[in-house]
Write a protein that binds this ligand. Structure first.
Ligand code: GLV
Ligand code: MN
Ligand code: MN
Length: 415
């Protein structure tokens, strides 16, 4: 490509999206269907239109910006990511992939590159599980794993069902059954994302080509003990919900650390202690567990071991533990054909790369259930993400965008 990606455009889009932020004093927070997130959606749609894309949305709010090819009847090529964030996040996780998609379709047009297939920039709804506990809501629904009935049951901490929130915002929930995407109807999907591990920075390489995306299982855990007096109740007589939680936490960590799998992680990120007072033994603790692996069987093996250990801890400490599992996603192997094209594009652009795995999940994990997928990683400072410290140089996203645009063109002309 003669004209290369412009880091200034990427900076401008990222900084503008970042103005839609409910915690400007501490990182970026843009939770699904809050005012900030809805405004960011409107902004991205308007930028898509400026780039001559035809914009439409589905019933769960996935946004599609279509750049018409010469044979629009062929299965299209997708690229994109998400614009919602975790609490107090950075300005790159997700958004980089969306603006790289915008810049790639701009490049394809200014370089007058012909393409037979349509090229579509997709903004997936709620990749982050911040509001509804489960992530990848948009791609999950497209993969046929979240229907209208499930959306009625999925509630946020305020008791609002996803289905009702969509309806209130005017999304055509009556068309929920049209969201799933038929296998074979999408030719390929390529997502650019920041590296969230630091592997690229350590290797000193500007591009990571992802081989496998690890997949999560998320649980809510409710530990019920007996609330009583911190001074009056002897150490022997306690049914302390917090101490049981602490023991479960350490067991979880140990299982994660000693796993034989190539990549296992185990996290407790959300804890609520009840009543949360200095001189009261907690009667109840509610917390989350997030377990990931690149190997589905190892993940389930770890979950089974954890359940046994939890039972032992509950019996020993005389507490009751209720586990609710929200999902058990499949790790996704990236497509060899797209990987080859990404390697060729890196060589063409003289951009060194490594192959890597993604410990984080991405919409590509679920898109991979109905289309061949692959991912491009670009370096992230110290590999820090899900944090206000998250940082990626705009020039690095631009270099990744050149590789992305080359690859999209190759795929869009492969018949
Ligand atoms: C998504 O951001 C994840 O938690 O991996
Ligand atoms: Mn994230
Ligand atoms: Mn992300």
């Amino acid at each position: 490509m003669e004209i290369k990606a412009n880091a200034g455009n990427i900076k401008m889009w990222l900084e503008t999206i970042n103005t839609f932020n409910s915690t400007p004093d501490f990182g970026t927070t843009r939770v699904l269907f809050t005012d900030e997130e809805v405004k960011a959606r409107e902004y991205v749609k308007s930028e898509m239109r400026k780039l001559n894309l035809q914009v439409h949305e589905d019933a769960i709010g996935n946004i599609f910006g279509v750049l018409k090819g010469t044979r629009p009847e062929l299965p299209p090529v997708w690229t994109g990511s998400h614009i919602d964030t975790v609490l107090n996040a950075g300005m790159f996780d997700g958004m980089s992939g969306v603006v790289a998609g915008l810049e790639a379709v701009r490049l394809i047009q200014v370089n007058k590159l012909k393409h037979e297939r349509n090229i579509v920039v997709v903004v997936y709804t709620s990749e982050e599980p911040t509001r509804f506990k489960v992530g990848c809501l948009g791609s999950r629904a497209m993969a046929g794993k979240l229907d209208a009935e499930a959306a009625k049951k999925l509630v946020d901490d305020g008791g609002n069902a996803l289905y009702d929130v969509l309806q209130k915002l005017g999304f055509p929930v009556q068309d929920f059954d049209k969201v799933p995407v038929k296998k074979g109807s999408i030719y390929a999907a390529v997502e650019l994302h920041i590296d969230q591990n630091g592997v690229l920075e350590k290797a000193g390489k500007p591009i990571g080509i992802v081989k496998t995306i690890c997949a999560p299982s998320v649980f809510d855990v409710e530990v019920i003990g007996r609330q009583s007096h911190a001074g009056g109740t002897t150490m022997e007589d306690r049914q302390d919900a917090f101490m049981a939680t602490a023991e479960i936490a350490l067991v979880l960590e140990q299982l994660g650390r000693t796993s034989q799998s190539e990549y296992t992680t185990a996290t407790i990120g959300k804890v609520q202690v009840i009543p949360n007072a200095v001189n009261v033994i907690p009667g109840k603790v509610v917390f989350s567990i997030d377990i990931r692996d690149c190997d589905y069987d190892y993940k389930n093996d770890l979950i089974a071991k954890l359940k046994n250990r939890i039972k032992e801890i509950a019996d020993k400490r005389n507490v009751k533990v209720n586990l609710t599992q929200y999902n058990n996603d499949y790790p996704m192997k990236c497509d060899e054909n797209i990987i080859k094209k990404l390697e060729n594009a890196c060589e063409k652009e003289n951009t060194p790369y490594i192959k890597t795995i993604s410990g984080a999940f991405h919409d590509s994990m679920l898109v991979g259930e109905f289309a061949p997928v692959a991912m491009i990683f670009v370096p992230s400072k110290n590999g820090i993400s899900h944090s206000p410290e998250e940082w990626t140089n705009f020039a690095d996203i631009a270099a990744g965008t050149d590789v992305l645009a080359d690859t999209l063109i190759e795929l869009a002309n492969e018949i």
